[in-house]
Design a binder for this molecule. Sequence first.
Ligand code: F6R
Length: 257
Amino acid sequence: MVGEGGAARSGGGPHAAPAIPTTVAPDAGTLASLVSVAAADWIRAHPGGLVCLAAGDTPLPVYARLVALQEAGRVDLRSVFYVGLDEWVGLGYADRGSCLQVMADAFYGPAGIPVERRRVFDGLADPHAECAAVDRWIADHGGIGFTLLGIGLNGHIGFNEPGTPDQDGCVVVDLDDTTKAVSVKYFGAARPVRQGVSVSARTLAKADTVLLMASGAKKAPIIARLRAGADPTEVPAARLLGHPGLHLFLDREADGG
Ligand code: F6R
């Protein structure tokens, strides 16, 4: 069963944060199906729109389902344009766990997205030049219309870390210690990553549709802080609070159940 809403769970007092529209799925598989349908619906309705997709582990089953929906003739994933959300500075496609490797192998390749329809950060290039180039790509495509985000254990979205300046466009970021520690799960070994490049939270918040996805009990504490109206300098995802197109997609564990 899927639960909608969230007001009841968001607390009641006079200073309670406004409830974020939320869908709670019973398990991670159902969650991925629901998110893939929401993404496909947006893509069908916005040919030529610009889509920004997170790497990380959480959305990977969504990408497999989107490819399956395309194979079933229910969506044309090549009808929109894409922009990468973020990248580890110093890593490229040959590096297991780079955002480029993850997204090319999980989505862009299987979905058959032509290179001229996507612009992702090149982690091996100068990060400031990459930011300028990705900013131009976003502007040239009318701004990001739809974004699917995960959330870090520290509340980051993309690589907008606690303390990352709130600014327009793309940002070069010093990675938080939590992010460096978590990175081992992507790389399979410790790698000396220090910086990332990312679309800023402020630019993500200009999208008309912002889906924030979390699964598993380990995400429950940060989701609870977000819903309680955390300070965005401490929980960057809180920069999305109040966005009219923000929707949380959680499984029961991330919901705290
Ligand atoms: C990845 C990204 C990150 C992740 C976040 C959650 O491109 O931007 O913000 O979405 O760290 O990662 P997972 O899904 O691996 O828990």
